[in-house]
Design a binder for this molecule. Structure first.
Ligand code: G3P
Length: 218
């Protein structure tokens, strides 16, 4: 499963991309606003830091406006994916952009049927928001399972990009459900390797090596 960082903070992305385990980045207007920086400038820097898709979300809600903003984004770098909302104008823009070879990430997906329509529109990625579905007492992970089943039934190539990921269990369950990507906040990324038995085991190895005088001589 590909791991994307869900942030527009370039410094954060640089820090964690150094692990070599960050495949891409997703941004959105809320994340861009948090940085206080020029959105396009931030995107230019982000595209240089990660090898994979960098999602840049349009602000326009009409087709013509989306296409104008997409033209700005696609000039930034080859790994830009234009992010559009799951609306009729968004899917119209998705179809036009995908036909011209632009990667498109369709966002704000909350139902399997929405995801099916995005795939029919040629989306490169679909972003179902797990956490926000959970927040209203519905089954966020069920959404991923249902989209996976529909995409497999019809051999849709759209990649399932699990979004609104709130904790490591969402990452685990998304991988088990067959999501292609999980986009995660840096707080969750940092927690991916955490396990108390790993920490305990390592401490025991070091203590035993020290006690037993084990050294590695080059
Ligand atoms: O990629 C979508 C993500 O940024 C939304 O997360 O926690 O606001 O639902 P959240």
């Amino acid at each position: 499963m590909k791991i994307f960082l869900d942030t527009a903070d370039v410094a954060e992305i640089r820090e964690y991309a150094a692990s070599g385990l960050v495949d891409g980045v997703t941004t959105n207007p809320s994340l861009a606003a948090k940085t206080g920086r020029d959105y396009v400038e931030s995107l230019k820097e982000i595209c240089e830091v990660v090898p994979g898709a960098v999602s840049a979300e349009v602000l326009a809600t009409d087709y013509d406006g989306m296409m104008k903003e997409a033209a700005v984004f696609t000039k930034i770098a080859k790994n830009i994916a234009v992010k559009v909302p799951l609306t009729w104008d968004g899917l119209k823009a998705c179809a036009a952009l995908s036909k011209q070879g632009t990667m498109v990430n369709v966002t704000l997906c909350f139902s399997p049927v929405q995801a099916m329509m995005a795939a029919k529109a040629g989306a490169s990625f679909i972003s179902p928001f797990i956490g926000r579905v959970d927040d209203i007492g519905e089954d966020g992970m069920g959404l991923i399972h249902d989209i996976r089943a529909i995409y497999d039934n019809y051999d849709f190539k759209t990649e399932i990009l699990a979004a609104s990921v709130r904790h490591v269990m969402h990452v685990r369950e998304s991988a088990l459900a067959g999501a292609d990507v999980a986009t995660i906040p840096t707080s969750v990324f940092k927690a991916l390797l955490n396990h108390p038995l790993t920490d305990k085991g390592l401490a025991a190895f070091m203590a035993d090596a020290k006690k037993g005088g084990v050294v590695i001589k080059g």
